[in-house]
Design a protein around this ligand. Structure first.
Ligand code: NI
Length: 315
C-alpha cells in the first residue's frame, strides 16, 4: 500500500518546532550579570541603613521605609545612650547616693546636724533657739538616750526637724558583722518610730567609722544613705562656745553639712551666735533630706579645646 494522499483519513501530524531564538542575553552574559547583581546586593547590605534609606528617599515628602534590622539583636542602637538608672532605695523619690559629706548646689543652704542626744536639758534649750529663728535641723539620736527622753523626739517632729539613726549603743560599726550592724540599726529605727511615729531616712555612723561595703549594705537593706559632714568644729573637745561658733561660720559653704553635738552644754551655748551669723550671711538651714534633694548632678566634663592652628608664613 502506498501512502494515502489527498482525501484520505485525517492523520495527526506531530510537528516538532525548534525553540524560538532567545531575546535575552546569551548564557555567558547571564552568568556575568548574575555575579554582578549578587555582588551589588552584598554591597548594599553593608551600607548602613540610614545611608541607604536616605539615598532611596525621594524629596520632598520623604517616604518612610521600614527595613528589617541589619543584624538580629541590634534593633535599637545602644551607643550614646545613658546607662539605665540604678534602682531607687525604698522611700526615696530623688536620686540618692550611699554617702554624703556635702551636696553640690548653687543655693546658699546648709544642714546643721546635732548628734548623740537627746539630752534632757541641752536639747530643749536648743529646740527653743531653733524655734525662735525658724531654723530646721537634723538630730542623729542614740537609742540609749531616746529611752530617757522619748517626748523630745515628738517635739522635734512637731517643730519641723528631722531625726536620723545614730544606732542604739553608739558602738563603732566598722568592727561589726553585717548581721550585727543591721540588727543595731533596725533596733534604733524601731525606737525612733515608737517615740515619734516617723521613720528615720538617713544614718550617721558613730565616730564616722564605716566601711565602703557597709554603706552600700545600709542603703540597700534599710534605704539609709550614710551622712558624714563637711564641717567638724571638734566641739566635743570643748574648745569654748566662741571657737565652736567661729569654726562653723568659717567652714560653712553652700551644700555643707555641719556636725555638732547637743549632748554638750558649751555647744548649745555656741548656737545663737552661729545661727545669727549664718542667717546674716544669707544661709538657709535645711534638713538633711531636703539637702539631698537639692544635690545637683556633676557637670559634664568640658570638651578639650582643639589647639589653635598656627600658620607659619615664613616671616
Ligand atoms: Ni556620735
Amino acid at each position: 500500500m502506498g501512502h494515502p494522499t489527498g482525501s484520505g483519513p485525517a492523520t495527526l501530524r506531530l510537528e516538532i518546532r525548534p525553540a524560538p531564538p532567545e531575546t535575552g542575553p546569551r548564557p555567558e552574559m547571564r552568568s556575568l550579570l548574575c555575579c554582578l547583581s549578587a555582588a551589588f546586593a552584598l554591597v548594599s547590605c553593608q551600607v548602613p541603613s540610614s545611608v541607604s534609606r536616605r539615598a532611596a528617599s525621594p524629596l520632598p515628602g520623604e517616604i518612610k521605609v521600614s527595613l528589617p534590622p541589619l543584624v538580629a539583636g541590634l534593633e535599637a542602637p545602644t551607643w550614646g545612650q545613658a546607662p539605665p538608672p540604678a534602682p531607687q532605695p525604698e522611700g526615696w523619690t530623688v536620686p540618692v547616693r550611699d554617702t554624703y559629706t556635702q551636696v553640690r548646689t548653687s543655693r546658699k543652704v546648709v544642714a546643721i546636724t546635732f548628734d548623740d542626744g537627746p539630752h534632757g536639758e541641752n536639747t530643749p534649750r536648743l529646740l527653743d533657739m531653733l524655734k525662735a529663728r525658724n531654723i530646721k535641723a537634723t538630730f542623729y539620736v542614740v537609742g540609749n538616750m531616746v529611752k530617757y527622753n522619748p517626748h523630745l523626739l515628738a517635739r522635734m517632729i512637731a517643730e519641723g526637724h528631722e531625726i536620723g539613726n545614730h544606732t542604739v549603743k553608739h558602738n563603732m560599726l566598722d568592727r561589726m558583722s553585717d548581721e550585727a550592724l543591721l540588727a543595731e540599726l533596725r533596733a534604733a529605727h524601731d525606737q525612733i518610730v515608737e517615740a515619734c511615729g516617723v521613720a528615720p531616712r538617713t544614718m550617721r555612723p558613730p565616730g564616722g567609722a564605716i566601711k565602703k561595703d557597709q554603706k552600700a549594705l545600709m542603703l540597700r537593706e534599710l534605704g539609709y544613705p550614710t551622712i558624714m559632714w563637711s564641717v567638724d568644729p571638734l566641739d566635743w573637745k570643748r574648745p569654748g562656745p566662741s571657737v565652736v561658733a567661729s569654726r562653723l561660720i568659717n567652714g560653712a559653704a553652700p551644700g555643707g553639712i555641719l556636725l555638732v553635738h547637743d549632748l554638750h552644754k558649751p555647744t548649745v551655748d555656741a548656737m545663737p551666735e552661729t545661727f545669727d551669723r549664718l542667717l546674716a550671711m544669707g544661709y538657709e538651714f535645711v534638713t538633711v533630706t531636703e539637702l539631698i534633694a537639692l544635690d545637683e548632678p556633676e557637670p559634664e566634663p568640658e570638651p578639650k579645646k582643639e589647639e589653635a592652628e598656627t600658620v607659619d608664613d615664613g616671616q
